[in-house]
Ligand binder design. Sequence first.
Ligand SMILES: Cc1cc2nc3c(=O)[nH]c(=O)nc-3n(C[C@H](O)[C@H](O)[C@H](O)COP(=O)(O)OP(=O)(O)OC[C@H]3O[C@@H](n4cnc5c(N)ncnc54)[C@H](O)[C@@H]3O)c2cc1C
Length: 394
Amino acid sequence: MDTSFAPEDLAFRDEVRAFFAEAYDAELQGRLASKDPKVFKQAVIDWQKRLHEKGWVAPNWPVEYGGTGWDATKQFIFESERAAAGVRDVVPFGLKMVGPVIYHFGNQQQKERFLPAILASDEWWCQGYSEPGSGSDLASLKTKAVRDGDDYVVTGAKIWTTYAQHADWIFCLVRTSSEGKKQEGISFLLIDMKSPGIKVNPIVSIDNHHSLNEVEFNDVRVPVANLIGEQDKGWTYAKALLAHERTTIAGVADSKRHLAMIRDYAASEVNGGKALLADPLFQTRMSDIEIELMALEFTELRVLASVAVGGAPGAESSMLKIKGTEVQQALQALEMEVAAYFQGVLPNELTPEQLGHGFGSKARQSFMYGRAATIYGGSNEVQKNIIAKAVLGL
Ligand SMILES: Cc1cc2nc3c(=O)[nH]c(=O)nc-3n(C[C@H](O)[C@H](O)[C@H](O)COP(=O)(O)OP(=O)(O)OC[C@H]3O[C@@H](n4cnc5c(N)ncnc54)[C@H](O)[C@@H]3O)c2cc1C
């Protein structure tokens, strides 16, 4: 595979780099780091609006719906530069998940109603797939939607709903039939979070943060106009979305930045001039992860290239998800080791800058939350089953 960039791609890379350097400014970064949920939410919206004004908020959307029309190379460059500059990715639920479902499977009215607000970040979305009894076996979901005139009446509960506390809308898988195969009685509904009968219960995760929730639906009335595609056919739309979700979870560009940061920290001289990076055992571990990451990057490029010419990510997205999240966790463990070296080894000899390096507590937090990466988007064990079925025909 030829991975050298053409002159116009290099010019594009410079343009992207300059935009991030200017638009992702210190004031915005300060607000994004805020512990106040309202300040954080507004900062995320402001950032996405800046991307939207530039026309770059939806690199993966077709031009006719407001996407960039970039080829695979430009998408790759944009993503690499975003991560290298430490710029946060957009919240995926609107732009990367339900948006594509609406433009692929929604009707004209739904496209006009929802797509512009997603692009402009005027409406925040969350994903209502998992339920207290249905995660890996998602098709067993029980949240019921019963037709009553021009509405569905929805009853049940969703769980692990990321950012439901911020969301204006939730896209939900609901059961509209109990006949036949369980996959055949599922529908895809768009539900206004302000509807009477919705209750959001917070769940604090192991990293002591609140991003997860349980969402209860108690006789919530949802207009039939908010049904995507056909009733009982939601499983098909849900699966298309999941393949894209898994591809993005791989997070190759962010892992590359993470590795570079760890290398910088480990190269700092402490403890009598000896840096952790000089330790052959540490070097070996870091190189092992780097090799895995390079191989993953080439796999991701192959998938991107095939999607750019009209292909859909299939079992490859499961492969990317497994390997990508394993690499993320390996990096988080390595970072904990670096943090321990700075914070645990002869602390009296360290300067305040060295002691902590500003990443000690961040390393702990990302290590803790990072446990979830091999679970969300479909657990890695289940991804292995998908690969076995699709590739080996088992
Ligand atoms: C941080 C986080 C954020 C999330 N955000 C969202 C969200 O926004 N919206 C949403 O809808 N969901 C979300 N989820 C839910 C996530 O998709 C589910 O947790 C995941 O699909 C696993 O389901 P489960 O938790 O019910 O585990 P279970 O299905 O109960 O699985 C338990 C264990 O059994 C294993 N297992 C299960 N079935 C098999 C099998 N057939 N073969 C081999 N092993 C198996 C699993 O790998 C796992 O280790 C989130 C989860 C986390 C942790």
